[in-house]
Design a protein around this ligand. Structure first.
Ligand SMILES: Cc1ncc(COP(=O)(O)O)c(C=O)c1O
Length: 384
C-alpha cells in the first residue's frame, strides 16, 4: 500500500509541499531525466575535455565504411554489446547517426531504394512508436510510403516492417508479423537493455537500431547506431548521413564513447552499474503505479512474463520506460489526463484506440510523484 498511500497524500498539510503540485506535467515525451541522479553520483568519471584544436575535421577514419565515426566510439559500441550480450556485432557494420531517429530514416530510404518497384510500403504492428508514422509520412518520399498497422497489411509488393522490441508504447516483446516475400525488417532495439527487459538472446538481424538516449539517458547527445549486415545497405545509409548532416558531431561521439566505456567497466558492479540503477528505479515505479492503478478500479496496465536474463543470470521481469494505460470507458483517456494537467500520448497516435494513453516513466522523481497523486485522485464519481 506504500505507493497508493504516498500518492494519495494531499499536498495541503504535507510538510514538504511539492512545487509542481499545480503545474502541468509532460509525460507525453520520453525525456529520460530519470538517469540524471545516477550520472550525478558518478561525478567526474565521465567528464571529457576537448581542446579548441581537436576533432575539427569532417572525417575520422577513412578505413571505416562509416568514415565519420571515431574509432573509439565504434569500439565502445561493440564493447558494450559484447558485455551485455544483446546484439551480434562481429563482422557487422556500425553506422552511427544523430540519434536512431535519423538512422531509421536512413535505413528506410536505403532499403526502399534497393527495390525495383515503388513506393515500398512501410508498416509497424499497432500499437507502434508514433514517430514512425510521422517521420515516414513527413518525407513524402516517392520510394516509400507509410501504410500503418502491419497486422492488417495486405498489399502486394515490397514492404519494410519496423519491429520495436521491447515495444514502445506497450513494452511487449515483438517479432516480425508480415511474412510475405519481398520484405525487409528494421529492428528497433532502443529498449533491449537489462534495465528494461530480460536479455534472452543476442539478435543478429539485417538492420538493428540502438540509441544512446535510452541506455544512459543522454538523449541530448543525439547519438544512435545501426548494426548492419549488408555492405550495400550500410553504404547507402552512410551516404544518406552524408547528404543529411555530413556525419555526426565529434564532440557527441567522444562523450558517448567515454560514457559507454564507463558503463562497460561498471556494468557488473552491484553499486555502480547503470543497469542496476535503472532497473531498481523502474521496478519501484512500476510497483507504485500498479498499486495505484489497482486501487482506482478504473485503469488497466499490461502484465509481462518473467524470463531468464543472460546478463543478470537470473529470471527477471520487464519494466518498460512507458506505461500503456487503458480504461473501459468509450471516451478519450488523454483528455481525462489533460484535465488533470497531465500530458500523455493518445493511443490513436500509436495506431491504437484513444481508450489508451502512453505515459512516460522517464521523468524525475518529483514529476513521477505528482503523476501518482493525480492518478490516485481520479475516482469513478469524478469521471461521470
Ligand atoms: C522505439 C524508439 N526508437 C527510437 C527512438 C529515438 O531515439 P533517438 O533519441 O536516438 O532519436 C525512441 C525515443 O523515444 C524510441 O522510443
Amino acid at each position: 500500500m506504500v505507493g497508493f498511500e504516498n500518492a494519495k497524500k494531499s499536498d495541503n498539510g504535507s510538510n514538504n509541499k511539492n512545487p509542481l503540485s499545480e503545474a502541468v506535467i509532460n509525460l507525453d515525451q520520453g525525456d529520460p531525466k530519470v538517469f540524471e541522479e545516477y550520472w550525478r553520483k558518478m561525478g567526474d568519471k565521465c567528464t571529457v575535455e576537448i581542446k579548441g584544436w581537436e576533432m575539427m575535421s569532417y572525417f575520422s577514419d577513412l578505413k571505416n565504411l562509416c568514415w565519420y565515426v571515431l574509432p573509439e566510439l565504434d569500439q565502445a559500441i561493440r564493447g558494450i554489446h559484447a558485455a551485455v550480450g544483446n546484439a551480434t556485432t562481429e563482422g557487422r557494420y556500425i553506422v552511427v547517426g544523430n540519434g536512431s531517429t535519423q538512422l531509421c530514416q536512413a535505413a528506410i530510404h536505403s532499403l526502399a531504394s534497393l527495390h525495383s518497384s515503388h513506393p515500398v510500403s512501410v508498416v509497424a504492428a499497432s500499437p507502434f512508436y508514433s514517430t514512425y508514422s510521422e517521420e515516414t509520412s513527413y518525407q513524402r518520399s516517392e520510394i516509400y510510403r507509410w501504410e500503418g498497422d502491419a497486422m492488417s497489411f495486405d498489399k502486394e509488393g515490397p514492404y519494410i516492417e519496423l519491429v520495436t522490441s521491447p515495444n514502445n508504447p506497450d513494452g511487449t516483446i515483438r517479432e516480425q508479423v508480415v511474412k510475405k516475400p519481398d520484405g525487409n525488417a528494421i529492428y528497433d532495439f532502443a529498449y533491449y537493455w537489462p534495465h528494461y527487459t530480460p536479455i534472452t538472446h543476442s539478435p543478429d538481424h539485417d538492420v538493428m537500431l540502438f540509441t544512446f538516449s535510452k541506455i544512459t539517458g543522454h538523449a541530448g547527445s543525439r547519438i544512435g547506431w545501426a548494426i548492419v549486415k549488408d555492405k550495400e545497405v550500410a553504404k547507402k545509409m552512410v551516404y544518406y548521413l552524408l547528404l543529411n548532416s555530413i556525419g555526426v558531431s565529434k564532440e557527441s561521439q567522444i562523450r558517448a564513447a567515454k560514457i559507454l566505456n564507463v558503463m562497460k567497466e561498471t556494468c557488473q558492479s552491484e553499486t555502480e552499474s547503470v543497469f542496476e540503477f535503472g532497473r531498481d528505479k523502474l521496478k519501484k515505479r512500476w510497483e507504485m503505479l500498479r498499486e495505484v492503478v489497482d486501487q482506482t478500479h478504473i485503469f488497466s496496465l499490461p502484465s509481462y512474463p518473467e524470463a531468464f536474463c543472460n546478463f543478470f543470470q537470473k529470471p527477471i521481469q520487464t519494466y518498460p520506460g512507458f506505461a500503456w494505460l487503458g480504461w473501459n470507458e468509450e471516451s478519450d483517456l488523454a483528455s481525462l489526463f489533460r484535465n488533470q494537467k497531465v500530458l500523455t500520448r493518445p493511443g490513436s497516435m500509436c495506431g491504437s484506440d484513444n481508450k489508451y494513453v502512453r505515459v512516460s516513466l522517464f521523468s524525475d522523481d518529483a514529476v513521477f510523484s505528482v503523476f501518482l497523486q493525480r492518478l490516485a485522485s481520479i475516482t469513478t464519481d469524478s469521471i461521470h
